[in-house]
Design a binder for this molecule. Structure first.
Ligand code: FE
Length: 200
């Protein structure tokens, strides 16, 4: 079957054409469009999720609350997207690895992680993550020991998941901001673990 994926330039052109028509017809206001873009560029993104994770590494009480009711924490911190959608935080440990997928479409905690990676929306990932998660993780470069239990979480319109990766070795004594800078988007989906810092 032929693969009809438009190239990025196609999307750019189409978007510009659409915006210019809608603006001319007075259906959109360019300033409010700029505000939306600016919001998605700076206000939401993986740095938001990383902030929660980093704090959970240094503050046991915060971690407990996050694991008990992440939505309540997100709402306390005025994060958008959790008025009618639940949020569940799941922690990786030496014996449990969590992976998030949306088998139906592409549900994702976008206010914590920004836009999803392309592979997250890919039908192969969505199917295989639940059928053969270990193989999928291996392809991501993550070779888990057989003893590690893999838990796959299927997101829906009602509930989104955030993986709390394990704190890397060699980060003792680091401040929350420094720790947050180490945390990748993919590690909060469960597609990656964080490498130890310092000595190899
Ligand atoms: Fe979905």
């Amino acid at each position: 079957m032929a693969d009809h994926k438009p190239v990025q330039a196609d999307y750019d052109l189409r978007t510009r054409a659409l915006v210019s028509v809608l603006t001319r017809k007075g259906l959109v206001d360019p300033e409010s469009m700029d505000a939306v873009v600016e919001y998605h560029e700076s206000q939401v993104g993986p740095h938001v999720g990383a902030g929660l994770v980093a704090r959970s590494w240094v503050d046991p009480d915060y971690r407990r609350r996050l694991l008990a009711d992440a939505r309540a924490v997100a709402r306390e911190e005025n994060l958008t997207g959790f008025q009618s959608t639940d949020l569940v935080a799941v922690a990786n440990t030496p014996s449990v690895h969590n992976l998030v997928v949306c088998t139906l479409c592409s549900c994702y905690p976008w206010s914590l992680l920004g836009l999803p990676p392309t592979w997250y929306k890919d039908s192969a990932y969505r199917a295989r993550a639940v059928i053969e998660p270990r193989n999928v993780l291996r392809e991501f470069g993550l070779d888990l020991d057989d003893e590690v239990e893999v838990r796959v979480w299927d997101s829906t319109a009602e509930v989104r998941y955030l993986v709390i990766p394990q704190r890397p070795a060699g980060t003792e004594g680091m401040a929350v901001e420094e720790l947050a800078a180490l945390i990748t988007r993919d590690s909060m989906i469960g597609a990656e673990t964080l490498a130890a810092r310092g000595q190899q």
